[in-house]
Design a protein around this ligand. Sequence first.
Ligand code: NAD
Length: 253
Amino acid sequence: MDPAGKTFIVTGAARGIGRAIAQRLAAAGANLALIDLSAADLDGSLEGCRAAGRTARGYAADVAREADVIAAVTRITSDFGRIDGLVNNAGIVRDGLLVKRRDDGAVDRLPLAEWQAVIDVNLTGTFLCTREVAARMVESRTGGVIVNVSSISKAGNAGQTNYSAAKAGVAAMTVVWAKELGRHGIRVGAVAPGFVHTEMLSAMRPAVLEKLAEAVPLRRFARPEEIAEAVACIVAQDYFTGRCLELDGGLRL
Ligand SMILES: NC(=O)c1ccc[n+]([C@@H]2O[C@H](COP(=O)([O-])OP(=O)(O)OC[C@H]3O[C@@H](n4cnc5c(N)ncnc54)[C@H](O)[C@@H]3O)[C@@H](O)[C@H]2O)c1
């Protein structure tokens, strides 16, 4: 798909990878509907898109809440007239071991709330946004493209029971939806980044990050713009569907 003149939704677009994706699509000529928890936080990303000469609007929505997603997609449809693309980028981490023995012998358990929060945003959020946008695309018979952001952790990463389960689910849903939506002219792809320089990594200690970077064959983490470039490739490549592009610098967990 040539994104020029088309309308794309990017979730979690206030910063990091989402902002880079929005600005990359704007540079390719797309108009952008940006979603994040707070509309005020979207100002910087909107400015970047408008600097490319495109129309860009911000929408406050929690992708994990069905009513928020339906309301946002309804407003976007009315504001832009059509939706041609969706990038499911919003995501969070709440890392922790499943069980952990303390020095006094007591065993801590990963709280259910930490499991649920990550599943709600990363997995349910991707489901809700795709369901709503795909329904509009099928109704309007215009087709489209959907790109999901998974992660290298989909293979199973220690300390990430919740996140690994969610991102493996995102990768699996990509295949399911490619099979179901292809007949409607809708392609569905995914990117699975390794470690990327964003605020998501800010909770990790610098020494740990340094050690992790050494384990990457390319000896560095990705820049958000490099992930955005891969999303733009999936958008542009009309025979790509049901597959996940791995962007991990060669790192395998
Ligand atoms: N940074 C990495 O190393 C890395 C690696 C692999 C995959 N990813 C994935 O890339 C995506 C973007 O990550 P990032 O590093 O840019 O993270 P980030 O924390 O910098 O940005 C995430 C954005 O999503 C928004 N968000 C969070 N919960 C939301 C919700 N419920 N509804 C709407 N918006 C919400 C946040 O407000 C924020 O603007 C995520 O899906 C993440 O899992 C990141």
